[in-house]
Design a binder for this molecule. Sequence first.
Ligand SMILES: Nc1nc2c(ncn2[C@@H]2O[C@H](COP(=O)(O)OP(=O)(O)O)[C@@H](O)[C@H]2O)c(=O)[nH]1
Ligand SMILES: [Mg+2]
Length: 224
Amino acid sequence: MSRKIDVGKRILSANERYALKNSQLLGEQKKLCLNMISSPGSGKTTILARTIRDVKDKIKIGVIEGDIQTDLDAERIKATEAPVVQIETGGSCHLSAAQVSGALEKLPVGDLDLIFIENVGNLVCPSAFELGESGKIVVLSATEGDDKPVKYPAIFAKSKVLLINKIDLLEAGAQVDFDVERVRADARKLNKGIEIFPISAQTGEGMNRWYDWLAESTKNLQGD
Ligand SMILES: Nc1nc2c(ncn2[C@@H]2O[C@H](COP(=O)(O)OP(=O)(O)O)[C@@H](O)[C@H]2O)c(=O)[nH]1
Ligand SMILES: [Mg+2]
């Protein structure tokens, strides 16, 4: 005969257990960890490489690179001399908290101020898997269409920052149809507090406000 005992506790999934482990480790060491999510090609690796080079005197950055296949992005980050760990998911469309836990063990976390996770390029699946990060950053580039916040609301609703990338392609005479103000308004409807920075990782336009936000966020965490 079996009896059902209600212990009043929800059993955590394996992913939730690892996410908790990661957030505890990062919390104890006061490290900011940002999970970057976007469609493939929106410019995540370009943004990271430029950010690392531009702020290297102020913020020590390490990177966890997630890709379905290849270590091409990790090689681009290595060229900046920042520590990087590549995870190849072998087909999975998102990183898991267990994979991030393994990668954190390989990074010199104690020497860093900030850890970026470049998630697998996908606007949908990665938003559903917590990794124990401090916050999510969503990137939308000008060539993807300004309807994406209304079509893929979950990631815009959950992110701390929206980077609108490739604004260099919106200059007068360019053939790209993209209304930055529409994106701003739709993202704010989903998420009142979201910070929005229109940038070009190519030309550097708008990047200083992003760097200020990173410096402020790492300082606030370390000052706790
Ligand atoms: N014009 C323009 N191209 C960019 C910008 N940022 C990235 N790219 C280009 O977009 C393509 C994809 O960039 P990548 O960083 O690999 O995107 P990821 O797949 O999100 O990591 C590359 O050809 C980049 O040179 C930008 O701000 N402006
Ligand atoms: Mg990339």
